[in-house]
Design a protein around this ligand. Structure first.
Ligand SMILES: [Zn+2]
Length: 343
């Protein structure tokens, strides 16, 4: 599964960010806030404070760095000298990840940034990559860019240049904070979709054909230069304003959903199943998008349902109204988990 199926075009689709990455992400954001880091992060200084760093020439292109941690000695990092300084910055951040994530044992060697976020093969290497990404391109900084520039993706992409990372590292980082409905084409060969974006039909297409398809289906598109490479972006969802709920409607939200489903499904067992599917889809976004504006999450919820097997529900006014209220709940950040913590 995952990227292994698609080596020919380098297409990466809507892989979720695996749960174990959360610890690496949290640790990185803790470091960012404690040291008040902002791009461009002085990663060499941070690494040299914790290890001896040696930049060396060696012929093995599959190994980017070696970390030695012998007891009684301070750690040593041997970094493969390349002509790509932004890649080396990422390698240094990756090694810092091994040093700062306490459960990482010293590794013989590191191959950085394979991007194979495959749950089955998920390893401390991926975890160090996530740490590196979250340190050099912090979540808080990215979320700020989204707040300032909204849907102006060309401007957001241009801002990524200040992080001094490779084009692909910048896009992978951006993918962390964007919700469904964005697709990027980088180097004219890599296609990257944000989680939950429907892009399976691109799977067996040449990039040229995929671009034509995206151009005809997207709501908006544009491009920007990131680290000297052109990145083309496609916004697949159209912005939609959540309708106001009729104040005289005394039903609970759950009842409204049940009523919408009852309009199209007579079998009780199937109705329960459909309600679970709907709640599951919305619940996923609750975790990803808590606090985001209702207009944004409503547009994305609609997009997610449009590209699902329960798209027929969108024809029901009660269902649209239910989605709108859910989007407002997400904006308020009123999740069950939060309610639980308050007790
Ligand atoms: Zn490593």
């Amino acid at each position: 599964m995952a990227t292994a199926d698609w080596p020919s075009t380098g297409i990466r689709l809507d892989l979720p960010i695996p749960a174990p990455a959360t610890a690496a992400r949290r640790t990185a954001s803790l470091v960012v806030s404690r040291l008040d880091l902002e791009p461009p992060v002085n990663i060499e200084e941070l690494l040299r404070a914790r290890a001896e760093v040696h930049r060396v020439d060696w012929p093995h292109k599959t190994v980017d760095a070696i970390l030695l941690k012998l007891s009684g000695h301070s750690p040593s990092v041997y970094l493969r000298a390349t002509d790509n300084l932004f890649r080396e910055r990422f390698t240094m951040a990756h090694e810092l990840g091994h040093l700062m994530l306490p459960w990482h044992l010293p590794r013989a060697n590191c191959a950085i940034g394979t991007g194979n976020l495959d749950l089955e093969k998920y390893s401390v290497e991926d975890e160090a990559d996530i740490f590196a990404s979250c340190l050099l391109i912090p979540d808080a900084w990215l979320l700020d860019l989204l707040r300032v520039h909204g849907d102006d993706m060309s401007e957001i992409l241009r801002e990524l240049n200040s992080a001094e990372v490779t084009t692909i590292a910048g896009l992978r980082a951006l993918r962390r904070v964007l919700i469904s409905g964005w697709i990027f084409v980088a180097y004219n060969k890599e296609i990257i979709a944000t989680p939950g974006t429907s892009a399976h039909e691109l799977r067996n297409m040449s990039v040229r054909k995929a671009r034509r398809r995206l151009e005809s289906q997207c709501y908006a598109s544009g491009e920007a230069i990131v680290n000297d490479f052109t990145v083309r972006w496609y916004q697949m969802f159209s912005p939609a304003e959540p309708p106001e709920r009729d104040p005289a409607d005394g039903r609970t939200l759950h009842q409204q959903l049940v009523d919408a489903i009852s309009m199209v499904e007579s079998d009780e067992h199937e109705r329960t199943h459909l309600a679970n599917v709907c709640n599951g889809k919305v619940g996923g976004l609750l975790r990803e998008a808590s606090g985001r504006p209702a207009t944004e999450t409503f547009s994305i919820l609609k997009y997610r349902f449009e590209s699902s097997h329960v798209a027929f529900l969108l024809e029901q006014p009660d269902f649209i109204s239910w989605l709108a209220e859910k989007a407002r709940t997400i904006e308020a950040g009123d999740t069950k988990a939060k309610k639980g913590r308050r007790k």
